[in-house]
Design a protein around this ligand. Structure first.
Ligand SMILES: O=C(O)C1=C[C@@H](OP(=O)(O)O)[C@@H](O)[C@H](O)C1
Ligand SMILES: C=C(OP(=O)(O)O)C(=O)O
Length: 435
């Protein structure tokens, strides 16, 4: 592991572009591989997680190549995936693992899934349970984790399934399985989660029936379904823009434009919460690209005040809480969050990781069962210190790097390597925006 110091820096000025959306990039590769013919992807995130999905899809027969800045996917079609010759190593990526388990569940092939130490601790029963009902069988490690061997079932059995956790990965796994399952599979979502799968499946020509019933979303897909190839432009990732939005908000003198940021309403919760805290975030030039809302964000330094964050907003900013906690640590007054038990099963236990990390650098933080309560500095820099433990978690690393920018002595991280999973040019962009 390579330790790294983030010294006080700033202000953040100029214009930057963050890399492509990770969720959309995974889906573009998977759906491209399931379409018969050639899809072209512009703006694909070239982070380790997405490359893990590309590697797995290649093993199952898709041809995936680079042409200049674009990625070309020559797909094999639904139902004709090849048996992978060796274990699928999905590195640090929960999304790759869970979505591909869904895809394979309705194909008559066997596969083994492996990952790094972080991924090997994460719960998989949330997908293996519904996918077993569809006919697939799974042999996980004790505790229901990776390494895991599975055998798909062809033909699989359609199910109607109400999501017990608000998870776009579980929803997407079931919809992917439904593509090669004869009959109608329905996922019921009591709480809306990111809807890129639904939007993109429709873009690839798959019919989905989506209706609201008693306050819940019913998403039905009748298989087997064919996908038609298409060209995709991936918007900038709001989860990556989050670090720069927080950085520009807390570092005095900042006035930063982040171009081309995805603002799908199932993803833009952090920006709405920052608005409520008094941040200055203008949405410039709002437009739609490839069925996704985007805008340029102009973020200026502004005094932030602590708030009680409505737990209902959590699914629309589930990966942005580490960044929010940093903003809260520099706000005036108390920020209270709750309803965040899902954060305990991400790449790390993000409640405990952020409580420990923020305390190491001088913030006042209390951990509850399902959230953090943070008393901010009122805009003053944190003391700084470290090294903080990033726990193989890219979002902890980037959030604490941002904390270092507005600190007295800087913040040391035990490692910056995890950042490459979702934002390979983070360090470079951070230097560009502060010089
Ligand atoms: O579907 C997706 O692309 C994702 C869904 C979320 O996970 P959950 O479905 O586990 O909430 C999120 O945390 C992850 O980074 C990406
Ligand atoms: C939770 C995340 O990703 P994944 O579940 O794909 O590992 C994330 O990127 O914050």
């Amino acid at each position: 592991m390579t330790p790294h110091h983030f010294l006080p820096a700033g202000p953040f000025t100029g214009r930057i572009r963050v890399p492509g959306d990770k969720s959309i990039s995974h889906r573009a590769l998977i759906f491209g591989a399931l379409a018969v013919g050639r899809s072209r992807i512009a703006g694909l995130l070239e982070g380790e997680d997405v490359l893990a999905t590309a590697g797995a899809m290649r093993r199952m027969g898709a041809q995936i190549t680079c042409e200049g800045e674009d990625w070309i996917v020559d797909g094999v079609g639904v139902g004709t995936l090849l048996q992978p010759g060796q274990a699928l190593d999905l590195g640090n990526s929960g999304t790759s693992t869970r979505l591909l388990m869904g895809l394979l569940a309705s194909h008559g092939i066997a596969a083994t899934f492996v990952g790094d130490a972080s991924l090997s601790r994460r719960p998989m029963d949330r997908v293996t349970e519904p996918l077993s009902r569809m006919g697939a069988s799974f042999t996980p490690a004790p505790g229901g984790t990776l390494p895991l061997a599975m055998e798909g079932m062809q033909p699989a059995v359609p199910i109607t399934y109400r999501l017990p956790v608000a998870s776009a990965q579980v929803k997407s796994a079931i919809l992917l399985a439904a593509l090669n399952t004869p009959g109608t599979t329905t996922v019921i979502e009591p709480v809306p989660t990111r809807d890129h799968t639904e939007r993109m499946l429709r873009g690839f020509g798959v019919e989905l029936d989506i209706r609201e019933q008693d306050g819940e979303r019913h998403i039905s897909l009748t298989g087997p379904a064919d996908l038609s190839p298409r060209d995709i432009a991936v918007p900038g990732d709001p989860s990556s823009a989050a670090f720069f939005a927080v950085a520009a908000s807390i570092v005095p003198g900042s006035d930063l434009i982040i171009e081309n940021v995805g603002l799908n309403p199932t993803r833009d919760g952090l920006f709405r919460v920052l608005d409520e805290m008094g941040a200055s975030i203008e949405r410039l030039n709002p437009r739609e690209v490839g069925g996704e809302e985007i805008a340029d964000l102009r973020v200026r330094h502004a005094p932030l005040r602590g708030i009680e964050v409505d737990p209902a907003v959590a699914p629309s900013m589930i990966d942005e809480f580490p960044a929010l906690f940093v903003a809260a640590a520099m706000a005036e007054g108390r920020t209270v969050t709750s309803g965040l038990e899902e954060l305990r099963v991400k790449e790390s236990d993000r409640l405990s990781a952020m409580a420990d990390a923020l305390r190491v650098v001088g913030a006042r933080v209390e951990q509850t069962e399902d959230g953090l309560t943070i008393d901010g500095t009122g805009g003053a820099p944190l003391a700084g210190g470290g090294p903080v433990a990033t726990r193989l978690d890219h979002r902890i690393a980037m959030s604490m790097a941002v904390a270092g920018l507005h600190s007295e002595s800087g913040v040391a991280l035990d490692s910056v390597e995890p950042i490459a999973t979702s934002f390979p040019d983070f360090l470079e962009l951070m230097t560009d925006a502060t010089t």
